[in-house]
Design a protein around this ligand. Structure first.
Ligand code: ACK
Length: 218
């Protein structure tokens, strides 16, 4: 009967330690503050507002989406394809509840989402579901794990699933050799503009985020 079965969660992922969540949030806040003051950003402000000359408060523009985490497998309580197989995978069972260190290599924003890019280690990639990138961008050959991210905020009416899709769009541009417009060297790293309101801050020193591999039921 259903009571003997293991319930499949909404999603599996790495959940950032509470103290680090605060650290990352304030890092993102500082980044937005710096960005808002740059002439180069003001020049492209209409990407965010839809009209020139209009002010935007980036900190209000991106709404908090709760607990900071890096999704591995979105299961939708078993309704998502491959979720049962994922939940039963040996590496998932073995690592469940274990701590891990996530490497954050960049911060990025688009008119829809604000996120941190996660560079997964070989070991962490063992928990990465097959097809996560193909499912999102079937026509491209994107590196496994390139969708890995932490959603830091979303524009009004935008669902957090969009953050990973925006990241893949950026990864695709980089893969196609688009260098973007290197705008500025900031304290945290170099800032690049990729057009259409897409900005990437590559961190000079990747930030290490302690996180716990677990799942979320909601
Ligand atoms: O920010 P995220 O990675 O984007 O974390 C949330 C989490 O699952 C709970 O909603 C992510 N998510 C939602 N739908 C999908 C999907 N179809 N594929 C992959 N991740 C998803 C969302």
């Amino acid at each position: 009967g259903p009571l003997e079965e293991t319930a499949i969660p909404l999603f599996f992922g790495w959940f950032l330690c509470p103290s680090f969540q605060e650290k990352l949030k304030s890092m993102a806040k500082d980044f937005l503050k710096t960005l808002a003051g740059l002439e180069a950003f003001k020049k492209h402000l209409s990407d965010f507002t839809g009209e020139a000359e209009k002010e935007v408060d980036l900190e209000k523009f991106f709404q908090d989406k709760g607990m900071l985490h890096c999704t591995t497998k979105f299961c939708d309580y078993g309704k998502a394809e491959g979720s049962k197989e994922y939940a039963e995978q040996q590496s998932v069972k073995d690592r469940y509840g274990n701590m891990s260190e996530l490497t954050l290599s960049a911060l990025f924003l688009t008119p829809r989402t604000l996120g941190a890019r996660v560079s997964l280690s070989e070991e962490q990639l063992q928990l990465w579901p097959t097809g996560a990138e193909k499912e999102a961008v079937p026509d491209a050959n994107l590196p496994i794990g390139s969708r890995a991210h932490v959603t830091l905020g979303c524009a009004e009416g935008v669902e957090p699933v969009q953050t990973g899709l925006d990241l893949l769009e950026l990864v695709q541009l980089q893969q196609q050799g688009q260098e973007g417009e290197q705008v500025e060297d900031l304290e945290l790293g170099s800032l690049t503009y990729y057009g259409k309101g897409m900005w990437v801050l590559s961190l000079k020193e990747p930030t290490v985020a302690p996180a716990c591999f677990s799942s979320y039921y909601g």
